[in-house]
Design a protein around this ligand. Structure first.
Ligand code: 1PZ
Length: 207
């Protein structure tokens, strides 16, 4: 199977996949989001890790193993909302390794990319390292242990430059801006939808 669209770059495939998700979320049916297309879109994000260098191997492993657990669950549970219902019933929403916890972590990953892309496009940040460090501090650091935060900040020093990243992703400044804006716009309703799954079941989002 190929996930490439007309432009054929990894970023355009990610943008395309999230636009599809955002369409089903906006369709209004509150049970609308199926695990399978959600996981497929989230798997596409992992190509970005390949552009980050060896320092983020552990992040790749962490993220991909959580997406894989959700893929395996997709046959049985079908929708995101079923996953929450099962874990609420078993009181395992926040239990390490539970599907609802993995979903929360994957959601933080796609939000991290959203924040990174926003910073990348904002002229206040000169380097990829600055853009990524700020995005991480905003979205993920509050929920990570000291050990993880330390490893991440060490890894940031080994990030490629903006230009190297664009080259690896086969994008120009203009094409990357276009695809990143598509992703920012499309991921927003998806992230909001996932948050609502928790909040509507009286689960706060401070973890
Ligand atoms: C060009 C892009 C540059 C962006 C660089 C940002 C890299 C951030 C790396 C974050 C590493 C986090 C690693 C480990 C986190 C774990 O503490 C938690 C544990 O969850 P638990 O098992 O306790 O429930 N794991 C996660 O949160 C899984 C997802 C983390 C990775 C998200 C990265 C998303 C994609 C980054 C860009 C490619």
């Amino acid at each position: 199977a190929t996930f490439e669209d007309a432009n054929g770059t990894p970023l355009s495939a990610i943008a395309e996949a999230f636009e599809e998700l955002s369409k089903s979320v906006k369709s209004g049916n509150s049970n609308a989001l199926q695990l399978k297309p959600f996981c497929e879109a989230c798997s596409l994000v992992s190509v970005l890790f390949g552009s980050l260098g060896i320092a983020f191997k552990f992040a790749e492993y962490e993220y991909c193993s959580k997406v894989r657990d959700l893929v395996e669950a997709s046959e049985i549970y079908g929708t995101l909302h079923n996953i929450l219902d099962i874990d609420v019933r078993n009181d395992t929403v926040k239990t390490p390794g539970s599907l609802s916890r993995n979903l929360r972590r994957v959601r933080q990953g796609i939000d991290l990319i959203r924040a990174l892309f926003e910073n990348f496009l904002c002229s206040d940040y000169f380097s990829l390292k600055e853009a990524a460090s700020t995005a991480y501090a905003q979205v993920c650091a509050p929920y990570h242990t000291w050990a993880v935060r330390t490893a991440v900040s060490a890894g940031m020093c080994a990030l490629p430059t903006r230009e190297q990243l664009l080259l690896k992703l086969n994008e120009t400044d203009e094409s990357a801006e276009k695809e990143m804006r598509r992703y920012i716009k499309a991921s927003h309703p998806v992230i909001e939808y996932i948050d609502k799954l928790y909040v509507s079941r009286n689960i706060c989002l401070d973890w």
